[in-house]
Design a protein around this ligand. Sequence first.
Ligand SMILES: Nc1nc2c(c(=O)[nH]1)N[C@H]1C(S)=C(S)[C@@H](COP(=O)(O)O)O[C@H]1N2
Ligand SMILES: [Mo]
Length: 504
Amino acid sequence: MGSPRRGWWLAGAAGVVTGAAGLAVSLLASAAMGIRINPVVGIGEAIIELTPGSLAERAIQAVGQWDKPLLVSGVLVGLVLLSFLAGVLALRSTAWPQVVFVLLAAIGAAAVLTRPQARPTDVLPVVLGGLVWIALAGWVLGRLAPPGVAADSRRDFLRLVGWVAAGSVAIGLLGRIVGRGRARVEAERAGLSLPISRTAAPPGSEVGVAGVEPWVTPNTDFYRIDTALVVPSVAAGDWSLRIHGMVERELTLTFDDLLARGLTEQWTTLNCVSNTVGGDLIGNAWWSGVRLAGLLAEARPLRGADAVKQTSHDGWTCGTPLAALTDRKRGAMLAVGMNGEPLPLEHGFPVRTLVPGLYGFVSACKWVVDMEVTRFADFDAYWSTRGWSEQAPVKLASRIDAPESGDKVAAGTLRIGGSAWQQYVGIAAVDFQLDGGAWQPATLGRVPGNSTWVQWAGSVEVAPGDHVLVVRATSADGEVQTAVRARPAPDGATGWHTVSFTAR
Ligand SMILES: Nc1nc2c(c(=O)[nH]1)N[C@H]1C(S)=C(S)[C@@H](COP(=O)(O)O)O[C@H]1N2
Ligand SMILES: [Mo]
């Protein structure tokens, strides 16, 4: 392997390349997922937090505005040095680089997770980068371990390190591009002033039982489901929607065209067909948008059309019954606002479809750019080719939020509550049953219209011991929620939500 000195440098360089590869993957994942606290930011901010105030002040006085760039460079230099060390240690044993990189990943994860605003998912990029480190430590640095890289395979080793270095640079560049695209659209979104209002939950909608999920779901807590690995970054100025197919008059709308039609606003609950009984893939928001019934009336669908195939900017498709979009009472819309803000990027900025009463996978197309009026018989949408139904109206459902399964509560009078929903039909009543006794009527929160969930509340007397609580809703159509258990696939779960808890 040439002179020992050169072997030493080569090993260190391979270590640095390994370190850079994991970091590049992790930064790309952060950019793609829209995570602000990437590992470098996390460690930098952790250092700021851990530095005694007086020392930080003196440091800032010494370097002025350069404090942040210097901190970031410092973090990177630290990573380079430790990666170099990992490479050199690989000459002794394959285990050493693994130990160094696992430690580094653990430090990164701890730094990210201890940031005050961190969400648990913010750690995923660090985990991904850590996995790359561990894989490369075995695959690349493992070749350095005794007996070491033989002279004849030295060129192969250099080539491998070269490829990994080139890959890291490519991933790093991609991360910058993704991050910039997103940052540009985020900036545009922050500067948009839409003619939309912000509204608090209507009086009486909250039943006031501790533990019941709020009637309005804040945007940051709203469940998110989509197939996009990278959230599409579509600027409002670049967006347009084409309505075509079986229509007399094709329409193409820009974002300004859309706003010029005038916005309507409404409370609507959106839920996912994958939600299990008692699950939380459901949220309720104040949506601002343009009614689809009016737009489709302008396009004048042809006789025989029964569906609209919607396509998103990232190529996802769904099929929606034409009748649900043209039904003026239902209030299907192209939404631009969610809880008084432009749509968050994750929820479809700049425009997404919202159709009360249909599960999201057949209606709520985010980043929607194309609507083809057609026939169900003539196309397959993304999920209908994967075992899910072509049509999927929301099923009648109810949920217990308080108590939760496994709770230990005080014996005596217990306040219970949760929510019930069947959008566009509405909820007439909710009943609950304790320990197999008689069904008792719950009191319901007041709701505006029939397309939101409804909170319910009640009181039960619980003696010390184990208890089982069951809930069941009745729709405004008189349907009583079925006890028959069905899985989410192909068109939505059914069954009564049941909670076991203990009183003492
Ligand atoms: N472009 C696009 N839109 C989509 C999806 C998707 O994968 N891609 N998923 C749908 C599904 S399955 C649901 S439940 C809702 C979820 O909307 P949300 O993420 O805003 O809660 O979006 C729908 N719209
Ligand atoms: Mo969904």
